[in-house]
Design a protein around this ligand. Structure first.
Ligand code: UT7
Length: 332
């Protein structure tokens, strides 16, 4: 019998309606459009507004779209994994909330915390449940509501991130499509450069942590940039070598959208032409675990059965990795 692989058979995405432009940000903090564009490539990002809105609302919209495209119902889902660092609650998991809101009564699930690598980590993890033959329909979500943990008086972080995310459906395939390989890495010593300092068991919420703004994203941008640019490029080149892929064999690079300069360095290291690189950072900024599924969602109509995709990310943790995926369908 042929080996079972986990193929992506449908995709959904969601970005909130509200557009926060560089111009509007420059009325909030000491920044300007020229600085943000030249240092990051971002022009605008989306923000989820509204009383009672949370990460699960982004996930639900993305998954609903995916189910409708595939023509199946929420009760068909076996497992739903959410890669995120901005869960609705510390517990229960956002996966539980999403399954409840969707009516996915036969599913179980969990959240996976790997910051900007959250989607790749979750995709690799979800694929295992398909490859073993245990499940037939696994939904993998990558989404974040970064506006909920950003300090909009800190120009070094608030200009970078946005809200949004996407979801993919994994189903068994025996013709070799889907997740082919991945290389995942972690180095927890990087936590000092990029983290949310309080709100966990190390520093539970207190008046002091709130006064010290420790519930917001803390990032030493320059240090993170150095690690990101080297490691994302290295791991992307490594997965090509491991699978004997030349630049010609790679149809698309699907890179985490943290900074245009990191994306360019990764493509260059892989020997890829810029035309093969998916980029939407200018519109959505860095949506953390949301960036890669949002790219796949936007590019879906251009993707062809058999296309070789390299997904690649670097993020807080530190976490990083690359995943080789053979696209399984033509959408039109
Ligand atoms: O996605 C997860 C992983 N995260 C990343 O991959 C992010 C990696 N880091 C980066 O992308 C970049 O480091 C940033 C975009 C965050 C910052 O760019 P940079 O070129 O490294 O700038 P910098 O932090 O070295 O700051 C340069 C200058 C500083 O002023 P001085 O000290 O030179 O006078 C900053 O205070 O730019 C200043 N600055 C700003 N100016 C205008 C910092 N933020 C802003 C801003 N507007 N928003």
């Amino acid at each position: 019998m042929s080996r079972i692989t986990a193929a992506i058979t449908a995709i959904g995405g969601y970005v909130p309606e509200y557009v926060l432009t560089n111009e509007e940000l420059s009325t909030m903090v000491d920044t300007n459009d020229e600085w943000i564009k030249s240092r990051t490539g971002i022009s605008e990002r989306r923000i989820l507004k509204g009383e009672g809105k949370a990460l699960s609302d982004i996930c639900v919209e993305a998954v609903k779209q995916l189910l409708s495209k595939r023509g199946i119902g929420p009760e068909d889902i076996d497992l739903l994994i959410v890669g995120t660092v901005t869960s609705d609650y510390n517990f229960p998991s956002t996966s539980n909330v999403v399954c409840d809101k969707l009516g996915a009564k036969n599913a179980w699930g969990y959240d996976l915390s790997a910051a900007c690598s959250g989607f790749i980590y979750a995709l690799a993890t979800g694929a295992q449940f398909i490859e073993t033959g245990r499940y037939k329909k696994v939904v993998v979500v990558g989404a974040d509501m970064m506006s909920s943990i950003l300090d909009y008086t800190d120009r070094t972080t608030c200009v970078i991130f946005g809200d949004g995310g996407g979801a993919v459906l994994l189903e068994p395939d025996t013709e070799g499509y889907g997740v082919k390989d991945f290389i995942l890495r972690a180095d927890g010593s990087g936590r000092k450069y990029l983290c949310q300092p309080a709100g966990g068991s190390l520093k539970p919420a207190s008046h002091e942590t709130v006064d010290n703004k420790q519930h917001y994203v803390y990032q030493e941008g320059k240090a993170v940039f150095k690690f990101a640019v080297t490691n994302m490029a290295d791991v992307s080149a490594e997965i090509m070598e491991k699978n004997k892929l030349t630049a010609d064999d790679v149809t698309w690079l699907v890179p985490h959208q943290a900074n245009l300069r990191i994306i360019d360095a990764t493509a260059e290291r892989m020997g890829l032409d810029k035309a093969k690189v998916m980029i939407n950072i200018q519109k959505f900024g860095n949506t953390t675990a949301g960036t890669i599924p949002l790219l796949l969602w936007e590019w879906e109509s251009k993707l062809r059965k058999g296309d070789n995709l390299i997904l690649s990310a670097f993020g807080g943790g530190f976490t990083w990795g690359a995943l080789y995926l053979k696209w399984a369908y033509n959408s039109n």
